[in-house]
Design a protein. Structure first.
Length: 265
């Protein structure tokens, strides 16, 4: 009995120690998710700090390279328009004069040729109807105009031939410059496709920036870091597309310089 009474304090002490240990384990177990969350938040903040310099630099690069492309595109458009004006000016005065003469000659003889053609139709219709007298009358009137009609057609043909030959000569003079410009149309199509890729990437980048800014406002470092990382990736992609478009614009510039060197005097 005395031994039992002597062990009671020892058992009580052990129970107390076990209880304290269980409480400590419970506390530690309850704080584990919070500790992990804090670790993730800190890691997200570190990622933001690491990326921030690139994020700002990429924004500046995208802005500058977009402006560079726009300026070159504007210059190429103006230069192409100037080249086309020069091409259209080749033998313009001569072609205008010959066209005016051809138009005036056709107009001068229009009534005569219309009458000549009408008499022929009327004679044919009269013969078909069995009216020989009318047919003969129409033939006589038509034959009376035949020499004048023939001369009119010769004159019209001469004027048209002169215009056609002058047009062909002007086209031959312009051909070297136009051949130099031939790649421009295809390059412009490639640029349009490249700009479409840029617009699509810009839209995705905008969504990433919205995610980053909303997460920062909400104090969510993990999501903010993910948004910033995605935005940087999109801006890197945009820079690649911008460089591709710039190279295409440079090819247009080279084609324009070649065309300018081949313009007729």
């Amino acid at each position: 009995m005395e031994m039992i009474e002597m062990n009671i304090p020892s058992m009580t002490s052990r129970i107390r120690s076990l209880t304290v240990l269980l409480v400590i384990l419970a506390v530690l177990s309850g704080n584990a998710p919070r500790a992990a969350a804090a670790s993730d938040w800190d890691e997200g903040l570190d990622q933001i700090n690491d990326l921030y310099g690139s994020y700002i630099s990429l924004q500046a690069f995208v802005k500058a390279e977009s402006k560079r492309n726009q300026e070159l595109r504007k210059q190429n458009t103006a230069d192409l328009a100037a080249v086309n004006v020069r091409l259209q000016a080749t033998d313009k005065s001569l072609l205008s004069l010959l066209k005016s003469e051809a138009d005036a000659t056709r107009k001068k003889h229009a009534a005569l040729l219309e009458q000549y053609a009408s008499l022929g139709k009327q004679a044919a219709a009269a013969r078909k109807a069995g009216n020989l007298k009318s047919a003969t009358s129409f033939d006589l009137k038509r034959n009376k105009l035949k020499a004048a009609a023939t001369a009119a057609r010769v004159e019209i043909k001469s004027k048209n031939t002169a215009l056609t030959e002058a047009t062909s000569a002007a086209a031959a003079k312009n051909k070297p410059a136009k051949d130099a410009l031939s790649p421009v149309s295809g390059l412009r199509k490639q640029i349009t496709a490249g700009n479409k890729q840029i617009s699509e990437a810009q839209a995705l980048r905008s969504e990433a920036d919205k995610q980053y800014k909303a997460a920062v406002k909400a104090g969510d470092a993990v999501t903010a870091a993910a948004g910033m990382k995605l935005s940087c990736a999109r801006m890197t992609e945009i820079r690649t597309y911008l460089q591709q478009v710039y190279v295409l614009e440079q090819k247009i510039t080279a084609a324009l310089r070649l065309a300018e060197s081949r313009l007729p005097e």
